[in-house]
Design a binder for this molecule. Structure first.
Ligand code: FES
Length: 117
């Protein structure tokens, strides 16, 4: 086991967007059935356009975040402790602008563009 926290900080990573793409073979709603893959791709595209995708902001798919809805995917932004559900692909630009600023220059846990509490 190795502790890599120092490496991550030295490499310039400040934030992580975690998008639920969970599929479920049941009657319960799941993000795979509510645009999860499209939201994941929209997050990547928005960050890539601002040149912070995987240079400053990690993007990860995850399984269930416990915010399941048939109306959109769930995502979290860490370490700033932001949680969203019902996210549709066309919500992503406004959501990320709200969190990171229009140019994605407001990164890191203490640099929110907008107080979304
Ligand atoms: S399946 Fe995505 S939050 Fe539960």
């Amino acid at each position: 086991m190795q502790s890599r926290t120092k490496d991550v900080h030295e490499n310039g990573f400040t934030d992580q967007v975690i998008v639920c793409t969970q599929a479920r073979d049941a009657d319960f709603a799941c993000c795979a059935g509510a645009f999860g893959d499209d939201v994941y791709e929209a997050v990547q595209a928005w960050l890539r356009e601002r040149d912070v995708f995987w240079s400053h902001v990690y993007v990860s798919e995850t399984s269930c975040l416990g915010l399941c809805s048939a109306d959109g995917a769930a995502l979290a932004i860490q370490p700033r402790d932001r949680w969203y559900s019902d996210v549709q692909p066309n919500d992503v630009p406004a959501l990320l602008t709200r969190e990171f600023g229009a140019d994605a220059t407001q990164l890191g846990p203490n640099n929110e563009a907008h107080d979304a509490h």
